[in-house]
Design a protein around this ligand. Structure first.
Ligand code: GDP
Ligand code: ZN
Length: 455
């Protein structure tokens, strides 16, 4: 894969009115373009210079700062020019059109970072971290992504790989091929070194799983009869962090989604209005999709009206849930109870031993804090979320687990050649995580397509 010689351009800031809008241009031999845009050639490297910006008709359309980062000391490793204009989308668009007319082309999503990767400015983990940073759902996820960006994850992997190399050298220098017996390797210190690497890798897997949790978050579905207050509950739960509320109708009319952050973990809520009375099951289009959302979720909240308790419909609904599905009953509308205490305790009693029941009012907010704590504990989320987590993706974790398997195999045998082969396999797996030679083009494509344009 060769880096393309094109000049690419994109807005690096969101296309909305804001204080400052940044147009980023990367490529080679861009002095002509800079002159056309600003009336002068390249400014001093890495210093902000004030200039007028011209449209393609030569009219001044704005004044702003220009920054020039000559190759290779730039984000992409190519020559990079940034124009910091006043944030009007119209101005930025005109400047962009100017660049296109001049011969540049619009950058694909992630293309700046792709070029950085191809020019060896960053490794694959760091490139992915940029994507994660852009899409980070919570501040903790952002922190973890930033940590990976600084190369921490790669560093840990590299240390493991180099320790494995040392072990392999020790092992292979011990091979005695003159011996007719199967070579046997007993050295105690070797095995304890190997064990030590295995322990570190185990911790790394644990850490990565938590990192993945931070990035992926948890999915919670709300199910129950109509009018028990599922939508109200979804709104009440997501309301307190309004910036994160995006109730977008799902792929079917029946799924409504909302988002919130609990203990730094992104939580995705789905209101499954699609599951109605049991008789309707077969008829309803999209019911399968609804059930598949339910079955894939990390937690099902069965919402009931506290005044009616758990009805026959609710029971058959609960009966249809997978046995291992974490679930909670939410008894809503406690504000409507006259002799509140009695009815709630009666309700809890009536389904005692079945499932935990959390009494709430979506309307007044009563009980919601208890519900949140209970949700976390049912999903088995541990609360010490302050530890710096390493960024990981599912494919990282899968690969780490495979490497772990090879190390375990190596520990279970005394045959040198077998140990050597397992260590080699483990090392290959680890190298896959940051090694460029293993990153197939389609994998690269998948990673970089997740970016926003301009990054
Ligand atoms: P869904 O069909 O399960 O999604 O139920 P909705 O959220 O649409 O609510 C049905 C009706 O119940 C609406 O009129 C809500 O205002 C009302 N409602 C929901 N939660 C509460 C609550 O906690 N207290 C009271 N008093 N009314 C509620
Ligand atoms: Zn609803």
């Amino acid at each position: 894969m060769e880096s393309s010689p094109d000049i690419i351009v994109a807005q690096a800031t969101a296309p909305i009115p804001s204080g400052i809008g940044v147009l980023r241009i990367s490529g080679r031999s861009m002095e002509g373009l800079v002159r056309s845009l600003t009336g002068k050639g390249y400014p001093a490297a890495r210093q902000a210079s004030l200039r007028s910006f011209y449209n393609r008709l030569g009219e001044v359309i704005d004044h702003g700062l220009i920054l020039y980062f000559p190759a290779p000391h730039s984000y992409t490793g190519e020559d990079v020019v940034e124009l910091h204009a006043h944030g009007s989308p119209v101005v930025l668009q005109e400047l962009q059109v100017h660049c296109l007319q001049w011969g540049a082309r619009l950058a694909n999503p992630g293309e700046f970072t792709l070029r950085a990767y191809l020019n060896n400015k960053i490794d694959l983990n760091q490139a992915e971290a940029v994507a994660d940073l852009i899409h980070a759902d919570s501040s903790q996820a952002a922190r973890s992504a930033a940590l990976a960006l600084s190369g921490r994850f790669s560093e840990v992997i590299h240390t493991l790989v180099s320790d494995l190399t040392t072990l392999r050298v020790r092992l292979e220098s011990d091979f005695d091929f003159t011996d007719e017996e199967i070579p046997v390797f007993h050295e105690v210190s070797f095995r304890s070194s190997l064990n030590h690497i295995l322990e570190r890798l185990t911790r790394l897997v644990e850490n990565s799983r938590q990192g993945a949790l931070l990035r992926e978050g948890k999915n919670i579905v709300l199910i129950g009869s109509p009018n028990v207050g599922k939508s109200s509950l979804l709104n009440a739960l997501t309301e307190e962090d309004h910036a994160l509320v995006t109730p977008i109708p799902g792929t079917t009319r029946d799924l409504i989604r909302g988002h919130m952050v609990l203990q730094g973990i992104p939580i995705h809520l789905v209101d499954t209005a699609g599951i109605r009375k049991t008789e309707d099951f077969v008829e309803r289009a999209g019911i399968e999709r609804t059930w598949s959302a339910v079955n894939k979720s990390d937690l099902a909240l069965i919402v009931v009206d506290v005044r009616k308790g758990v009805t026959e419909d609710d029971r058959s609904l609960i009966g249809r849930l997978l046995p291992h599905q974490p679930k909670l009953i939410v008894a809503n509308k406690i504000d409507l109870l006259s002799s509140e205490h009695d009815v709630v305790s009666e309700l809890i009693h009536s389904i005692a031993g079945l499932l935990p029941v959390i009494p709430v009012s979506a309307q007044t907010g009563d009980g919601l804090e208890v519900l949140k704590i209970k949700m976390l504990s049912v999903m088995d989320i541990n609360h010490n979320s302050d530890a710096p987590l390493l960024l990981a993706r599912e494919r990282h974790i899968a690969t780490l687990v495979q490497a772990l398997g090879h190390l375990r195999e190596a520990l279970m045998t005394f045959e040198s050649e077998f140990i050597a082969e397992e260590l080699r396999q483990a090392q290959l797996k680890l190298a896959q995580i940051s090694g460029k030679e293993f990153a197939a083009d389609d994998l690269l494509g998948e990673i970089f397509s997740r970016f926003c344009i301009g990054k």
